[in-house]
Design a protein around this ligand. Structure first.
Ligand code: G3P
Length: 218
């Protein structure tokens, strides 16, 4: 299973790119805004800089909502680097754009997936990835993990090659459960990924090992 970093923060991407634990990066317009990256020129520079870190696939989202505008943005983003995956929202126009890009061999990530029906349409259109938003479903008391299970079952039954990229991750348990349920990729924020290294008993055990060693060896 692959782990992606869900951020547009360059230092965080750079740091984790050197640990070999991340296989890719996902961004969205909110994450770009959080980093204060303003204007098309700066967006392009930022995506190019992230791709230069050789972190694997980098999802970059279109802003337009009309078919022609989305397609133009998608071609421009895809031309920046071979690792760019064009992120397209789950709308009727979005699905048409995904289908068109698939025929050209351009990789896509269909975002804002909240139902298995939406995931089915994205797979039929030829999306490379679908992004079901686990946390946002749980925020409204719906079953985010159940959605992963349902999409997995449909994709396996009909041999769809679209990869399930579980997103809107709120804790480590989400990552582990998504792995158990067969998500191909989980994208998580830096704050959650780095917690995966830790357990209080690991810290305590290490302190004990070093204290015992010191007692005998000085
Ligand atoms: O990749 C999508 C993700 O960034 C959404 O997460 O925390 O805004 O629900 P969140």
């Amino acid at each position: 299973m692959k782990l992606f970093l869900d951020t547009a923060n360059y230092p965080q991407i750079k740091e984790l790119s050197q640990t070999a634990i991340i296989d890719g990066v996902t961004t969205n317009p909110s994450l770009m805004a959080k980093e204060g990256i303003e204007g098309k020129e700066n967006w392009i520079k930022h995506y190019t800089a992230i791709c230069a870190l050789a972190v694997g696939p980098v999802s970059a989202e279109v802003i337009a909502l009309d078919y022609k505008g989305m397609l133009e943005e998608a071609y421009e983003l895809a031309s920046l680097h071979k690792n760019i995956v064009v992120k397209i929202p789950m709308t009727k126009n979005g699905i048409k754009v995904i289908y068109e890009l698939a025929t050209k061999g351009i990789k896509t990530n269909c975002t804002l997936i909240f139902t298995a029906a939406q995931a089915l349409l994205a797979a039929k259109a030829g999306a490379t990835y679908v992004s079901p938003f686990i946390g946002r479903l749980e925020d409204i008391n719906e079953d985010g993990l159940g959605l992963i299970k349902s999409i997995r079952s449909i994709y396996d039954q009909f041999h769809f090659e679209t990869q399930i990229l579980a997103a809107s991750i709120r804790n480590q348990n989400h990552i582990v459960r998504c792995a158990e349920l067969g998500a191909d990729v989980v994208t998580a924020p830096y704050s959650i990924l780095v917690k995966m290294f830790d357990h209080p008993l690991t810290t305590k055990g290490l302190e004990q090992f070093l204290a015992d060693h010191k007692r005998l060896n000085g």
